[in-house]
Design a binder for this molecule. Sequence first.
Ligand code: ZN
Length: 463
Amino acid sequence: MRRLPAFAALVCTYGVVLTGQGAPRQVSLVVTGGTVVTVDATRRVIPNGAVAIDGADIVAVDTADAVAKQFRGTDTIDATGQLVLPGLINTHTHAPMVLYRGLADDLALMEWLNKYIFPAEAKTVSPEFVRAGTRLAALEMIESGTTTFVDMYYFEEEIARETKVAGLRGVLGQTIIQFPVADAKTPAEGLARAEAFIRKFKDDPLITPAVAPHSMYTLDGPTLKAARELSRQYGVPTLIHLAETRDEIQAAQERFAASPTAYLDSLGFWGSGVLAAHGVWVSEAEIAMLKQRGVGVAHNPESNMKLASGVAPVTGYLRAGVAIGLGTDGAASNNDMDMFEAMRVASLLHKLQTADPRALGAATALEMATMGGARALGMDRLIGSLERGKRADLIVVETRSARQTPLYDPVSHLVYTTRGDDVRHTVVHGRVLMRDRKVLTIDTAAVLAEARAWAEKVRAAVR
Ligand SMILES: [Zn+2]
């Protein structure tokens, strides 16, 4: 009995210590109550889970109860009845081309480019056009769950500015092309613009500047080498179109007696930090070479199908362990930026192509749109999954609609049933960009009106 007070005191002290440790830590945002699809290495799915975010970072991913014990959010998003997943990564687009959406359809790439897109661009691309197009594209991406996009276009500094205002993450490449374009009369001027762009944005938390030599068929060897050298010098990504069509293969054979992939290799072009868009017409040996050189690939199933470019050997890339992500390509050849559609079409296309329903299953399609894209960009330590220590880029998808009922398997739903319009909340770098379908960083009505006004000028330009 005499020892009891001491024991009681010990319990009491211990209790105080426990309470001290157990007081929930105040963090900026907690997303709670939804099924959390983490896309981590174990593909963990947490029913009634939560994600705690502090500032730009994820600080916890766990059950809602476990997170509630540790963290209290200054702001909370109730994700009950919804799916919480990493923001989607669109690895290949030309954002301002949303203003050419539906301008010319049902044509092959070269005819489409030479008769419509290049002439329209020559007459309409300007800093104002690019800003208006990026605002519209950003609105569409936020509304449909894309949190990071990879861009190749002109006046990329204007795209970067609008991307920052919208709050999206961008890997943005200033285009280098041989013929005179709106922002550069010569490739040398394009390279100088690219360098100035890199210097301006290289330390930005949301923008990763990149160099974007358009393709081997629109550039000469010295310019391709110089573009690659510039990105090596600054340690920034190189973005290029590769082996998209049979015409490109034929042109390369005629000019260099080599495939585009082999020709670029002969220039010493390939290496880690290069992201090649399309890669449709490549051999097994070239896939192995791209893997060995550490090149990432952006697969754009809808654009490849619409332009009848061909079917990229995606199962071959996956087998070889090439880092491969999904993209929409510019909205002029898709005709939207919905990455849910890209996942679904990728899965269906490769099942059909290989006559194997297991060729590209739902889990793989979701992985390509998230972690695969992050790996292809060399950004997998920062984005692509919901894990502690990564940047807080996530989306919340509504599943309580007729189309999404019943729900047996969240991953199946995300790939085969969900559409971009089902996204309810979008968070990038810890900032809520869309809440309950309302985009908070963009004046929706003004951006739509501005885009319609630009369409009049585009129409006049191709008449
Ligand atoms: Zn493209």
